[in-house]
Write a protein that binds this ligand. Sequence first.
Ligand code: ADP
Ligand code: ASP
Ligand code: MG
Length: 412
Amino acid sequence: MPLLVMKFGGTSVATLDRIRRAAKRVGVEVAKGYDVIVIVSAMSGKTNELVGWVKETSPLFDAREYDAVVSSGEQVTAGLMALTLQEMDVPARSWQGWQVPVQTTSAHSAARIEDIQTENINGKFAEGMRVAVVAGFQGVSPEGRITTLGRGGSDTTAVAFAAAFGAERCDIYTDVDGVYTTDPRISSKARKLDRIAFEEMLELASLGAKVLQTRSVELAMRYKVKLRVLSSFDEQTDTSGTLVCDEEEIMESNVVAGVAYSRDEAKMTLISVADRPGIAAAIFGPLSESGVNVDMIVQNISEDGRTDMTFSLPTDQVARAEKAMEDAKTSGSINYHDLVTDTDVAKVSVVGIGMRSHTGVAAKMFAALNAEGINIKVITTSEIKVSVLIDRKYMELAVQALHDAFELEKVA
Ligand code: ADP
Ligand code: ASP
Ligand code: MG
């Protein structure tokens, strides 16, 4: 039988009523003749609550136990979804990541899927089961411990299952009806895109647009999974939502496809470090070993052989980073006068494949921010994006100003 993967995010399974509504959507596809693999998130807010409990118990927590705790939200919704389907007379069964099994690396809290074994689930399909409900976001390490895939990881579970089982399509049901030019919660002028190129979606996701987890887009691109984002609240047709697809499948597009933001950024500056060969390695080596994801980096002008080094990182990694830098100073591998942390910054980015062939995007971006009196603290660019770090209080204003400046409410 043809197979579909349907993923329901946190708001789509937030209550028993919503689970019933999602199960009805699944029932529609089963009635059309599809076998379905349903991937569920935890009820909305649940994972945040679990993460909060872990951090309150142990600020520099052991990531193995973090995973043991935060994976539990999906266990509940998987079982409830299977029960709901059974009540509707749809033959369904639930699976935890380790039961499938979904084999991952042992990088706890940010594990990567290495393999998904299809035998167990396919065996049940062969016996007449119509829906396999799988807990998203989780897997099992080579050591046999539960792992999680990073926040938003159920999207990645869904795409990985679609690839492993050769599904006809992977539908991501969420609380918005597709991918927009920017977060519709920040700008009322945001426009829904019918299609978006994998590469643009990849950049938007990695720069903070949490509608899809970055890794899920990477996998879809690599394994040619037909990926669609749509609302679990509206009635659906075969062309609803946004299709994430190859660049060649898109007829017209703006130079800038969208604006992304990341609220939870922090900026750290090491004041007066020795400007010598190897200093960057001596700073960023220990940060990486402590699991800190450094993003933007600026080394300032050097004076008398000393310089300031600035970098950005997620706010929740500040404590780890400070400890890594203090330890490196104690051990003598680096020396600095002061470590200054600014946790009130945000990153705003414009993304578009059109930047490869159009110049002036960065200049227009800086002019639009200047017109609002917004100061830029750090800048980075790549072939298809420009990102700036600014004071967090200006973040929403910056997103709106850029959306206006690039006229994203209009189709090219
Ligand atoms: P789920 O729980 O279904 O996984 P998420 O909260 O992870 O849902 O992702 C959906 C949210 O992503 C939307 O509610 C929206 O606020 C946000 N979002 C950010 N950028 C975009 C964008 N460009 N298009 C659509 N949604 C976006
Ligand atoms: N429940 C997890 C989270 O909130 C995974 C997901 O929803 O995709 O991050
Ligand atoms: Mg999500």
